[in-house]
Design a protein around this ligand. Structure first.
Ligand SMILES: [Zn+2]
Length: 432
């Protein structure tokens, strides 16, 4: 029987009611965790009458989560825990997140809902090209693929030649992949004389794991001749797929029956206006092993207004527009690496790879961007190259409001990785 999911059809009122009931349950459960017992002591069920009453509860930061390792945030008996994931994060020590059997089922249901919404069925062949292991990217989608009845290939990341061989041999129709790796696969195909849009059967691609721009999505769509859908998640909230785009490709619907969303100003911690950028703060509503209350994700995004064309009443998040901790301050101006990517992809001659370097000669911040050109755009004509360099510099200056030095490189000259690409090198701290 085809997979179905009733929570997708909840009305706004039903979602609100469910959120109040489940938030009360979550507070009761979270009290069992030593790290929350004291902090929730003054809160009772009567304090929570609407989803907005979430603001009466304390925030949880990554630093607190770290302090509570290994067992401080565990709210279930150890014997009920069936899995843990471990997230290194980009800064500081790793944190563990525990799952009961129920937690894992509900995570799969979130992801399956998003896959189903864009037409993935048991007839699909799903190649999951995210890393399996302590990182949540692989396993979260794996079980959702199986739940939907897809033939699921646990390909994991890396070994591009074998990935393409799998796609060709088994007629892969659906991928889950990091966007920078998708570009690498396209480049590999190009070199091998394979045209993915003609020679492969991929029709749906789920991307996540790193921020990326709309232009990058379009590039992947054109390359594969497939639809690309954005996914969001983080290990502290289970993992990828707790918010996913529908066919409208205009924001990711959060599974609001399982998570309560706030978008806050990271400085004042007050809610921002709908449509404004702020820090995504999430509360788990059904988590048994690791209920987390008002967890500050450090991801920056916007809450999108009004209902979606698809009819779902679950609210949508914009694509991630950076991290509170990857915001760069250059000569007093806030710069997100995502803005650089957006500007670069507006220039047709720019290839798939770039690196931002910051240094501080003579006490003044300097930002330079090394840019790979496409094969077609690369030339020995210095005059042409200089003109192109100036054009890219102007485009970046318009986007960022600061001057930027651009260096042009031949295709393939900049380093690439199978995992998250290193896009920013900040040398400013070492220079005194
Ligand atoms: Zn929608």
């Amino acid at each position: 029987m085809p997979y179905s999911d009733h929570a997708v059809n909840l009305s706004r009122d039903q979602i609100n009611q469910l959120q109040v009931a489940r938030l009360r349950e979550t507070v009761e459960r979270a009290r069992r965790a030593p790290a929350y017992a004291e902090r929730l002591a003054g809160i009772s069920a009567e304090d929570i009458q609407s989803p907005e009453d979430i603001r009466k509860l304390p925030l949880t930061t990554k630093a607190r989560l770290r302090e509570g390792m290994p067992w401080g945030f565990l709210a279930a008996p150890r014997s009920e825990v069936v899995r843990m994931h471990y997230s290194s994060g980009t800064t500081g020590l790793a944190t563990a997140i525990y799952h009961t059997r129920g937690d894992l089922c509900r995570w799969s249901e979130c992801v399956a809902r998003g896959m189903l919404a864009v037409g993935v069925t048991e007839d699909d062949v799903f190649q999951n090209m995210m890393g399996y292991g302590l990182f949540t990217g692989g396993l979260g989608f794996h079980y959702a693929g199986e739940l939907l009845g897809c033939m699921t290939i646990p390909a994991s990341s890396g070994n591009t030649e074998r990935q393409i061989h799998l796609m060709q041999s088994f007629g892969t129709t659906v991928l889950h992949i990091i966007p920078s790796y998708a570009l690498r696969v396209l480049h590999f195909c190009d070199q091998a004389g394979i045209a993915p849009s003609r020679d492969l059967s991929v029709r749906v691609i789920f991307v996540g794991g790193e921020p990326h721009s709309e232009q990058l999505r379009r590039r992947i769509e054109e390359g594969f001749g497939a639809k690309v859908y954005n996914c969001y998640g983080l290990s502290e909230m289970a993992g990828p797929g707790i918010a996913m785009e529908c066919m409208a490709q205009d924001g990711m619907h959060l599974c609001e029956d399982q998570y309560l969303l706030e978008v806050l100003d990271p400085e004042t911690l007050e809610p921002v206006e709908e449509g404004q950028i702020g820090e995504v703060v999430l509360t788990t509503l059904r988590r048994e092993a690791n209920p987390l209350i008002r967890y500050r994700t450090r991801d920056m995004a916007r809450l999108l207004p009004a209902e979606c064309a698809c009819g779902s009443a679950h609210r949508r998040l914009s694509r991630m527009e950076g991290r509170t901790d990857d915001m760069l301050v250059v000569r007093g101006v806030n710069v997100y690496p995502m803005q650089v990517e957006r500007a670069l992809l507006d220039v047709d001659e720019v290839g798939r790879n770039y690196v931002i370097t910051l240094d501080r000669p003579e006490d003044l911040d300097r930002m330079s961007v090394a840019v790979e050109l496409t094969q077609e755009a690369f030339t020995d004509d210095m005059r042409e190259l200089n003109a192109l360099q100036r054009r890219i510099e102007r485009r970046l200056q318009t986007e960022l409001d600061i001057s930027v030095c651009v260096e042009l490189h031949e295709p393939g000259e900049l380093p690439v990785s199978d995992g998250k690409a290193v896009r920013v090198i900040d040398n400013r701290d070492q220079e005194k």
